[in-house]
Ligand binder design. Sequence first.
Ligand code: ZN
Ligand code: ZN
Length: 129
Amino acid sequence: MNRITPQRKAILKVLRSACAHLTADEIYDAVRLEVPRISLGTVYRNLEILAKQGMIQKIATGSGPMRFDGNPHRHVHLRCERCGKLEDVLMKKPFDPEEYVDRSLGYVVRGVVMEFHGLCRQCAEEPVA
Ligand SMILES: [Zn+2]
Ligand SMILES: [Zn+2]
């Protein structure tokens, strides 16, 4: 049976309500408001389980810490090179990996990991220090 513990429920709620893509530490801080006695280890363990179950996504970013995404569906991200913020991309047209991979390779293409990077609106407006 797939019983969902109150801790796991609270973690999921934080991830689903934040359109930001949080680190484990940020999730820990937010979940503690609701479940004050939760430990960071429990947060980590539940994040792993939720990711394995396909309820959330783990996103490895180049240099920064692992981030977690409450949106389990396949989508593409934009990463700010200056502040490290990660956002969902609103695609102008659906992305079809099949269009880009030569069929002669004989692969059945099932997905793609893609990340755009640049400067977010706030960082683009700020002069370089
Ligand atoms: Zn930024
Ligand atoms: Zn996302």
